[in-house]
Design a protein around this ligand. Structure first.
Ligand code: GDP
Ligand code: IMO
Ligand code: MG
Length: 423
């Protein structure tokens, strides 16, 4: 049985959590393959909004198993908070939530290193979520990291101490003013580790292999978005993992020939949180309207998201890099009321018109070239079938499908589970 993937095609926050929750009824296992608590995945149903950071978005369904894969980095303190927040929903975490022994641990000092690195960069900062993501993946690739499986060994605290001591020396090397109380952070960390140890640790690649053999349906849940990919994103303003389809293979141990559908999810416009290039960013009333109507504030950090028109150059690139087989368009409802909609189809780049993402996407090099389309007035949020769509929305969707050469199978018209329309 093939493993399907769902991943973001822009700079994150496309609505992955919502759609994974909607699709979970068709799957036996939901597995996160990369990223960590930098992610904020929002789900809404029965009038309640939930934000998940590390726990897969299938957790609210009775039958599905949820796996945190080896490619994920885990902060026990944030994980504990997530578990606590879900306490009232009677979820049997011990049997429904499985954690890869090979997933790496975010230590309190990784978070401090993230803060020190950002402070030292001044204006050139990445605008990271300050969750320690970069330093943790650096320790992983530097072969210094601590993994979940280490917590089952008797000497894990010694290992912890030597790594944390090294981090402290590195923090002082940055020579920036970072205030912290490490003993206090460590108390919270050790307490949270004990709670984490109550959960089930597994060799997830083996588990997923057996599940596949038994014909179980698996959906891999991505975090962040393709333009934040460490290799293919807008480097250095990216995250530290492979957010694109290949990341699911390395982040779960699923072989490339076992990947089935690749579901690419995008907003009907574009947002970005943190620093870095964003060619179609708007600084006018239209951008302000998108942010306000779309409630564009980071689910993890609360920072306002930068907003702009849909960028087809970037979207085509993401579709290609991921091998997307089905598209899902989110937040079309937010565009209701714009008399005209713009879609970027090419860039003016150093005097030339180009239709690919150049190496150097600095604002001074790149000017978006737009095509203009009619907008729609109607409120989409109460619609439940494509037959109700206004003609201008159908034109928008048909145009994008033609340009992207992939069908748009889901149109989302609001944050709730029920506001999801299949085409
Ligand atoms: P993720 O990180 O990809 O899971 O996305 P986030 O949860 O960070 O951000 C998406 C936001 O948009 C959340 O607040 C969702 O509740 C909300 N959302 C998802 N789909 C829709 C939609 O179709 N319309 C509107 N208005 N909001 C949506
Ligand atoms: P979800 O899964 C949007 C951004 C940060 C920053 C850059 C690096 O909710 O879509 P990091 O903390 O990873 O070192 O930050 O990446 N970023 C996200 N932006 N959605 C996310 O996740 C993000 N995770 C990281 O804002 O620009
Ligand atoms: Mg998010």
């Amino acid at each position: 049985m093939a493993v399907d993937l769902l991943l973001g095609l822009q700079w994150g926050d496309e609505g992955k959590g919502k759609i994974v929750d909607v699709l979970t009824k068709d799957y036996d296992i939901i597995a996160r393959f990369q990223g960590g608590p930098n992610a904020g995945h929002t789900l809404e149903f029965d009038g309640i909004k939930h934000v998940l950071h590390t726990i897969p978005s299938g957790i609210f369904h009775k039958t599905a198993m949820n796996v945190v894969g080896n490619g994920v980095v885990i902060d026990p303190v944030i994980f504990k908070k997530e578990l606590d927040a879900l306490g009232k929903f009677n979820i049997d975490f011990k049997s429904k939530l499985l954690i890869s022994r090979k997933a790496h641990l975010i230590l309190p000092t990784h978070r401090l290193l993230d803060a020190a690195s950002e402070a030292s960069k001044g204006k050139a900062k990445i605008g990271s979520t300050l969750k320690g993501i970069g330093p943790t993946y650096m320790d992983k690739t530097g072969r210094n990291g601590m993994r979940i499986g280490d917590l089952e060994l008797s000497d894990w605290k010694e290992k912890y101490r030597s790594l944390a001591d090294k981090h402290e020396a590195m923090i002082s090397f940055y020579n920036v003013d970072i205030q912290y109380d490490l003993p206090e952070l460590e108390t919270a960390f050790f307490e949270a580790v004990e709670e984490l140890k109550q959960l089930t640790f597994i060799d997830s690649e083996e588990y997923l292999y057996q599940a596949q053999k038994e014909g179980k349906k698996i959906l891999a849940e991505g975090a962040q978005g393709s333009l934040l990919d460490i290799d293919f994103g807008t480097y250095p303003f990216v995250t530290s993992s492979n957010t694109t389809a290949a990341g699911a293979c390395t982040g779960l141990g699923v072989a490339p020939n076992q990947i089935g559908g690749v579901f690419g999810i995008f907003k009907a416009y574009t947002t970005r949180v943190g620093s870095g290039p964003f060619p179609t960013e708007l600084f006018d009333a239209d951008g302000e309207t998108m942010g306000r109507v779309g409630n564009e504030f980071g689910a993890t950090t609360g920072r306002p998201r930068r907003c702009g028109w849909l960028d087809l150059v970037a979207l085509k690139y993401a579709v290609r890099v991921n091998g997307v087989t089905e598209l899902m368009m989110m937040k079309g409802d937010v565009l209701s009321g714009f008399p005209k909609l713009k879609v970027c189809t090419a860039y003016q780049y150093k005097g030339e018109t180009i239709t690919h993402l150049p190496y150097n996407i600095e604002p001074e090099n790149v000017t978006p070239i737009y095509t203009e389309m009619d907008g729609w007035d109607k409120d989409l949020t109460k619609m439940r079938s494509p037959e109700e769509f206004p003609e201008a929305l159908n034109n928008y969707i048909n145009y994008l499908e033609k340009e992207l050469e992939v069908p748009i199978k889901i149109v989302s018209v609001g944050p709730d589970r029920t506001q999801t329309i299949l085409r």
